[in-house]
Structure formats: structure tokens, C-alpha cells
Design a protein around this ligand. Sequence first.
Ligand code: ATP
Length: 378
Amino acid sequence: MSRVELNTLRKEFGETTALDGITLSVADGEFLVLVGPSGCGKSTLLRTISGLETQTAGDISVDGEIVNTTPPKERGVAMVFQNYALYPHMSARRNMTFGLGSHGSFTDDEIAQMVSEVAATLGIGELLDRRPGELSGGEKQRVAMGRALLREPELFLLDEPLSNLDAKLRDEMRTELTHLHDEIDATTIYVTHDQTEALTLGDRVAVMNNGQIEQVDPPQQLYDVPASQFVAEFIGSPQMNLFEGNVTATNGRLHVERGRFSTTVPGSPQTVDGGRFTVGVRPEDLYLADEAAGQQYSDPCELRVELSETLGDSVVLYATDGETTFRVRTGARQQFGTGDVVSVVADPERLHLFDTDTGVAVYHSGTGPPAARAVTRQ
Ligand code: ATP
């Protein structure tokens, strides 16, 4: 296991700043996921930690030792790339074992035993004699994973390792990865642009944007208490409803208004005087008035259905008050047609407020002001 510390890490490619001052600690044995949109710097960060790229400025340390100039081979790192990086002329078995027996570290029998165990875990036992050209994308990906696992690394760096698998296999491999991590206990840094993968796999998730880390937190904290509008929009599907609202605080209550939508939240923050605010409410925190009967929710707001999406376990309505289209997640098996009018209420304990100019979260109802919680914003 390894503890990794990054201190104001910077990486420039000519005019492009790929990493813009990354400070992050990854604990011994932790599974940390880096998530963010394409081009935000995830792969560059992983490659810089591995030593394949050299940082322009800042420090990387592993177990307290600075490794800024340590060659990749000496960092105790195994990396699985998005594009597999397999040798085309070698069988899957040879790709996995290449270099393992050097320096007499393992006997041939030991290697054969290790390969059959890892191959069984990854479901590639039957494919070991094939070359990469005879394997599907998903199979190549698993061979690359096997090669990394056989190295029993202290630090495991994975760059979108499941991106080429079909949905069913991806689900299975996600579960398998969690088991593997529990078993081998190696510190793992995992890159993905898929927020579901990030939330399901990570002990903590770091959300990146434009070469910076916006927030690092456990998955539920990230979802419930996003530190910025960017994180709120990126995490959660369907996306959080966000709209600029008229926000006032009087007599210890916060009043939010936008067109026909209005709600009052008990317990008002002091931070809302005078600024411009964007209000956030997740689709599952909006209810059809019938569903919420008896709850202390906002005044009903009449919306016209534009589109209804069936997800199987729920239905997502896109419904408008003429100015704003709201996403509303309702129970399964309800039938709505375009033009239907629905009466919608909000749970006032689940509202989020962001400073419209900076995007920084200023208030989350029901959870107290952001400063009181362990949100890390860098
Ligand atoms: P994706 O999810 O699409 O793989 P990413 O978040 O991993 O994206 P990076 O590949 O780290 O993003 O790229 C970050 C930025 O650095 C991008 O603007 C990219 O174009 C740039 N970049 C990355 N590698 C190089 C390179 N070798 N030369 C020049 N620019 C690069």
C-alpha cells in the first residue's frame, strides 16, 4: 500500500495548462476516483503520478518520499490504459507475464499458478493463447487488467479501464473491481468520465474541471452537498434543476421564487443578502402534489408536461411553467402525455443555493451552511 501526496501540481503542454495546481492526498489502501468531463486533465494527472509525464511544477510524494524525478519503473506503480497498450505479437498469457520472471522473482510454476488465478477472476482463462488481434476490445481490456494485477502493485492507476465493455460486463467488472480492491488492498486511483462509475467505486471521488479539483468527498457527500454548481450539474442523472431565482431571507426563513415556482425554507442563512443566486433542486426532490400529500412541502406549482421518459424504476417528466423546464422524477408506471398539466411541489429541506457569479455553493437546506461541513474546495 502507498500514501500519495500531490502538492500544487502543474502541467503545461505549450500554451495548454492541463493541471492547474492540484493538491490532493490519497490514503493508504484508498480507492480514489478522478471524474470530470473530457479534457479536464484526468489522464494527465494519472500519467504524471506514474512518471510517464513530468510535471511543470509542484511535488509528488509516495509514502512521504518525493518522487518528482523517480523513473516510472521505480515508483511501485501498475497502470492500465484506456488503449490497453498490449504487444500485438505476443499471446495474452505472454503479455500478462512478460518481465515477471526476470531477476528470478518467481518460478515458472508460480507464474503459471498466478496467471490462472488472475485469469479466472477476470474470466479470460480460455483466451490466454490468443493474440490481441484475436480479442475483442473488452477482452483486451481484461488482459491489460490482468497484467497489472500480476505485478501486485503498491499503487494501482487505472485510466477508464471499463470504457470498452458492454453495459452488462461493465456492471460485473465494477463489482469485481470492488472485490479485487478489498482483496489486494492496493491504493487505487481510477479515472473515469462516468459519474455512476465514480459514485459506485470510489471511497472518495475527486471532481475535476479545467485542470483543477472542484471537490473531493465520499460519494454521498458529493451528491448531497455539492461544493459548486459545476459539481451539482456533473454528479447526478437526470441532472439537478438549476435556475436563477429571486431569493430573500426574512424572519429566519428563506424564500425562493422563480415564475410560478416558490418555496419557503425554515432556517435562513445569513449569506443571501444582496447577491444573485442560482437555485438547485434534484429531480427526485420535486414531487407530484398527490404523491406528497400530508408532507410539509412547497406550494403546488402547475406545470405542463413536454416530455415523459420511462426509466423502468421511475418516470422523468420534463415539465414547464412557460419559462423554466423542470425535471421531475416520479414513481414508476405512471402515464403522462405531452400537454398534461401536473401539480408539482418541492421538498424545502433539499434545496441548494449557488452564487450565480462564482458558482460556489452558499447554502444547502437541511444540512446547514457549507462552512460547517467537511467539504474540500481547492
Ligand atoms: P479524456 O476524458 O477525453 O481522456 P482527460 O480529462 O483525461 O480527457 P487529458 O487527456 O488529461 O484530459 O487532457 C487535458 C488537456 O491537456 C487537454 O486540453 C488536452 O488536449 C491536453 N493534452 C493532453 N496531453 C497532451 C499532449 N501530449 N500534448 C498537448 N496537449 C495535451
